[in-house]
Design a protein around this ligand. Structure first.
Ligand SMILES: *Cc1c(COP(=O)(O)O)cnc(C)c1O
Length: 391
């Protein structure tokens, strides 16, 4: 799907929706219904046979959800989109659609904790193998591709260490071997980074985070080629059934309208706090995609608009010191999730990545002293003041 509105700020508001088709309603109507009635038996037959367009049952399609799917497809610059009841429903629908027993998935080193869990399950129950790869160079990627590799699965920036992967480099190698490239774009959103423009095949999101932006929905989104999205819609979405509710789709449509405004503020706040953290004696190390001293900075400049709202940092001391630090915070809430108006902090080793075995955690660079901050939309000085009093 090509974007009707070239400017992203206009597209987030207008793409996917035509008020003329909905009695002039400015806001997208909420079709809070499980099913759709047929005028007669023959119409039901035609709808099921695919001979007539129209809705059947909300697991197979819903008008409110469809507006969301068309909007995200336009924003990512893809042909078609699909909405799910969670980010993990989206990840699993894509990975199960792409693989069968004895296939192999090549992953970035460091993944969202539950994606790691899903890969374990696929390996243990269905003999679908996976490997982790640094993906710093073409050679590293090429060396780890096997004849059975069907998919390269990438997070960039990687949660929670903010390491970045050059998507154009990965695509160059993947094309040689005819391997599908999937990108989890949750941290960046299409406002900051659009992987399909670099030749990646599928982009997916936990829409729970920045796309929603208000901490009141759990949802997932996927964008890719029309044929493949139709295949998922008819198999791993329809039959496993992890669909989104119409109300959650409606809330997401509301949130997405302000995405660029929010992302700019999240990023500006994060940049200000990053500079303060870097100077603070209690902080051992800071990871932020906008750090121009980072060896990955050229990748950010190549493929991201700016650094985003997430910062991870390592404190001096022990795990207990990190936990004591969290306990002293007043304004900043201790919570997993990210991308909300409220600044949130969490401790990956004991929270989001607690299910990852210790040696894998170490390989991913997740120490016991590492904390992850999702910088919110408050005045950054208030956020910094809270951090400072807790140090
Ligand atoms: C949260 C998250 C997910 C999982 O999404 P849910 O909506 O919680 O199911 C996947 N990937 C990343 C990078 C995430 O932050």
């Amino acid at each position: 799907m090509t974007r009707k509105y070239k400017q992203f700020e206009t597209a987030v508001i207008h793409e996917g929706y035509d008020s003329k088709k909905h009695l002039g309603s400015l806001a997208t109507p909420l079709f809070q219904t499980s099913t759709f009635t047929f005028e007669n038996a023959e119409q039901g037959e035609r709808r099921f046979a695919g001979m007539e367009d129209g809705y059947i049952y909300s697991r197979l399609g819903n008008p409110t959800v469809q507006v969301l799917e068309e909007k995200i497809a336009a924003l990512e610059g893809g042909e078609a989109g699909l909405a799910f009841g969670s980010g993990m429903a989206a990840v699993s629908a894509v990975l199960f659609a792409l693989t069968k027993t004895d296939d192999h998935i090549l992953c970035s080193q460091g993944l969202y904790g539950c994606t790691f869990g899903l890969l374990q399950l696929m390996k243990n129950k269905y003999r679908i193998a996976h490997d982790f790869c640094e993906m710093n160079t073409e050679e590293q990627v090429r060396k780890m591709i096997r004849p059975e590799t069907t998919c390269i699965y990438v997070e960039t920036p990687i949660n929670p260490t903010m390491k970045m992967i050059d998507l154009q480099m990965v695509v160059r190698v993947a094309k040689e071997y005819n391997v599908t490239v999937v990108v989890d774009n949750t941290f960046s959103t299409p406002y900051l980074q659009r992987p399909l423009e670099y030749g990646c095949d599928i982009v997916l999101h936990s829409a729970t985070k920045y796309l929603c932006g208000h901490g009141d929905v759990v949802a997932g989104l996927v964008v890719g080629k029309k044929d493949f999205m139709t295949h998922i819609a008819g198999t791993t979405q329809k039959d496993i059934g992890g669909i989104i509710s119409p109300f959650d789709a409606w809330l997401l449509l509301r949130g997405i309208k302000t995405l660029p405004v929010r992302m700019d503020r999240h990023s500006a706040n994060a940049m200000a706090i990053f500079h303060e953290l870097k100077k603070h004696p209690k902080v051992k190390k800071v990871y932020y995609p906008g750090d121009d001293a980072s060896p990955d900075h050229y990748i950010m400049q190549k493929q991201m608009k700016h650094g985003g709202g997430l910062i991870s940092f390592e404190l001096h001391g022990t795990k207990q010191d990190a936990q004591d630090f969290l306990n002293k915070l007043k304004l900043i809430k201790i919570a997993v999730s990210l991308g909300d108006a409220e600044t949130l902090i969490q401790h990956p080793a004991t929270m989001t990545h607690s299910a990852v075995p210790e040696d894998s955690r170490e390989q991913m660079g997740i120490s016991d002293q590492l904390v992850r901050l999702s910088v919110g939309l408050e005045a950054w000085q208030d956020v910094w003041q809270d951090l400072q009093q807790a140090f």
